[in-house]
Design a binder for this molecule. Structure first.
Ligand code: ATR
Length: 290
């Protein structure tokens, strides 16, 4: 077990997250990683009492020497002026999901970007690939910058086409409406909207639009097996469930906090336990294969 208190003579490094509604999955992944590497680290999902308390929470990170913190909505933009430095990727995206504290200097990063790229790179080469990203919200924004930076031929499709156009202008992508989903050819389609979250029965991609051999990635991770993931599997496409991006963005944070490569298998097992089988429940479902 990761110690809550350091052994006599040793120190304990504290990481965590700032959120209005902390979820256990981030802590589960990070703690599993610390345990796997035998690091004297722990992770506290801090609940920020009110939106207006963000500034105090950030001061607390500095004052209490918290090494790093994940940042979730609605703080990803609001935290920018409270930090000392910004990693160039986070600066271009205009959103921070990770803060690293180096001796009181707080730097903002965005590991959603690298997390999405790593999830795709597990199964394909991004450079030159024709990738359709559906959505133009915060998640789509991080993904669009990550894929544009890695040389994808990028099209952004959104229900509100004006939002797609404005993000496309920033990422040298092509903008489109949702009708573009059925007008490939796409080497990969990424669902970066919330469609499919919850009951997992709806999909923004018509099944007929999915071709064998395509890569289909969903960012929705609750449930892991969304209708889009099921349809992709039925059509012979390569399906990537939302847990892969979640895992890789956490791995990016882990590496920033600890300076060590993230133990992916241990972190993935913790993710599967928390997303598929929440603590205390025994629903008998299997773990994902990834
Ligand atoms: P996030 O930060 O998680 O990306 P967001 O900023 O609220 O969340 O963005 C949600 C995205 O999902 C948007 O692209 C939204 O489309 P619009 O910009 O047209 O609103 C998309 N979205 C949500 N529900 C949708 C639905 N039922 N059909 C199509 N797109 C949907």
């Amino acid at each position: 077990m990761t110690p809550l208190f350091p052994a006599p003579g040793s120190s304990l490094t504290v990481c965590g997250s700032l959120s209005l509604h902390p979820a256990p999955v981030g802590a589960a992944m990070h703690l599993a990683g610390y345990r796997a590497l035998g690091l004297s680290f722990t992770y506290v999902p801090f609940r920020v009492a009110r939106v207006a308390d963000l500034e105090g929470a950030v001061r607390g990170i500095r004052a209490l020497n918290v090494r790093g913190a994940g940042i979730s909505m609605p703080f990803k933009q609001a935290i920018l002026p409270l930090l000392d430095e910004l990693d160039p990727v986070a600066a271009r995206i205009g959103a921070v999901n990770t803060v690293v504290n180096d001796e009181g200097t707080l730097t903002g990063h965005n590991t959603d970007a690298i997390g999405s790229a790593r999830a795709l790179e597990e199964v394909m080469t991004i450079r030159g690939a024709r990738v359709l990203v559906i959505g133009a919200g915060g998640a789509a924004r991080a993904i669009a910058f990550a894929l544009a930076d890695r040389g994808a031929a990028l099209t952004l499709a959104n229900r509100d086409e004006d939002k797609a156009r404005s993000l496309a202008d920033e990422t040298s992508a092509t903008a489109a409406g949702l009708d573009a989903i059925s007008r490939g050819p796409w080497d990969a389609i990424v669902n970066a909207t919330s469609v499919g979250m919850g009951d997992g029965r709806t999909s923004i991609v018509p099944e007929e639009a999915i071709a064998a051999g395509q890569v289909i990635m969903d960012i929705v991770y609750k449930p892991l097996e969304t209708e889009l993931v099921r349809a992709a599997t039925r059509r012979g496409a390569r399906a990537i469930h939302g847990g892969r991006m979640l895992l890789h963005q956490a791995a990016g944070q882990f590496e920033l906090y600890t300076g060590q490569p993230a133990p992916l298998a241990a972190m993935d097992a913790a993710l599967a336990d928390h997303v598929i089988k929440p603590p205390g429940s025994h629903d008998g479902r299997d773990k994902p294969s990834s």
